[in-house]
Design a protein around this ligand. Sequence first.
Ligand SMILES: C[S@@+](CC[C@H](N)C(=O)[O-])C[C@H]1O[C@@H](n2cnc3c(N)ncnc32)[C@H](O)[C@@H]1O
Length: 268
Amino acid sequence: MTDDPFIRWRELVLSAQSQRYQPERDLAFWQGKAADYDDSQPTLPNTVAWLRDDLRGLGSLLEVGAGTGRLLLPLADAVPQVTALDYSPEMLAQLRAKNPPSNVQTVCCSLEQAPEHVAPHDATLAAWSLAYQSDLRAALDSLKRLSRQCFYLLEDDGIGSPHVQLRRAEAGKPRPQRATLLRQALERLSWEFTVQYITERREVILTDTPALLAFARLPLPENEVLDALELYLTQQGAGWCYGWTFEVTVLAVSVQSAPVRPGLGAVR
Ligand SMILES: C[S@@+](CC[C@H](N)C(=O)[O-])C[C@H]1O[C@@H](n2cnc3c(N)ncnc32)[C@H](O)[C@@H]1O
């Protein structure tokens, strides 16, 4: 196996059975997912708090792959000028339906086309939006061109919800270690960056055991599902509170042509 993180990233992208590395397939996925995206995703209060602090003093923020604004809208009052860019009109429609403040503009455009259509912002954010970019080097170059001072990559190593980990293990699939590969790619490029690991918690209330089984979608009998998830379940009347913690990796990359900002030091 190669130790080149760019090749390993490409292999990971091209191994997807869904073939979402074909942009039209990924776009179709997000167009269909938009309406229930927010319900399927946790809020990220600790990550937002960290970013709010780190963005202090900056004048503009661009999120590439902003989706419904889950992450960007809670940051909107921390930066004077905010741009939400996404290639899915439906995801952006969900964002606009939340009546964002007037300093937030939306741009429907792909990351690939963004450097030609969007002026650089002080900071750029790409949160879980590079997963199907087969050419990671080109994607990182685009983010750099879009950023005057820094850009942030948010990802995880696939250690998320216990039921998804179990589903993967049952199917014999390895977990995608995207956060580690991104970090290794930045190291390979010798770009200046810092790494933060931020813990978040998610809780889902399920009204009864059939609802829990439907949520977990595991190919196991009920008693095995309950045993496997026992550590994360608290009985609530006839139902369950299912809760777990997970880690968000934040890679904060200093754009080298600009003076290094405090807090954006060398690789730790
Ligand atoms: C997993 S969602 C993340 C949304 C948001 N960043 C969040 O954390 O909630 C990925 C988003 O990236 C967008 N996206 C994926 N590839 C893109 C590309 N090449 N150009 C623009 N948007 C893209 C998708 O349409 C989708 O809205």
